[in-house]
Design a protein. Structure first.
Length: 98
């Protein structure tokens, strides 16, 4: 969240801490204040609330997409390596099996 520009807000009162606990945890929630949409993510485990605007939300979405693509590439590479190892017992994938 911080990497995409979201501010970290730490509760300073017992009422704020209680409110943080009552919010949906680990989920970005849009909130309209004075006609503007802000995005909040409550993290009671870290005792903070992440707050960002539309551009920070878009930056977060782009980071998520980049991370997902990187994870997909890694998973694909791993599957390809496994497949190469499995076909090696048959003399390789390019060798006729019959």
């Amino acid at each position: 969240m911080s990497a995409s520009g979201f501010r970290t807000v730490v509760p300073s009162t017992a009422a704020q801490s209680a409110h943080l606990q009552s919010l949906p945890q680990g989920r970005l929630t849009p909130v309209v204040k004075k006609g503007k949409t802000v995005f909040m993510l409550a993290d009671a485990k870290r005792n903070c609330l992440y707050v960002g605007n539309q551009s920070q939300y878009q930056a977060y979405q782009q980071l998520r997409l980049r991370n997902q693509l990187a994870q997909d590439k890694l998973a694909t590479a791993s599957l390809n390596a496994d497949a190469d190892n499995e076909w090696a017992a048959w003399g390789g994938i390019d060798t006729p099996l019959w």
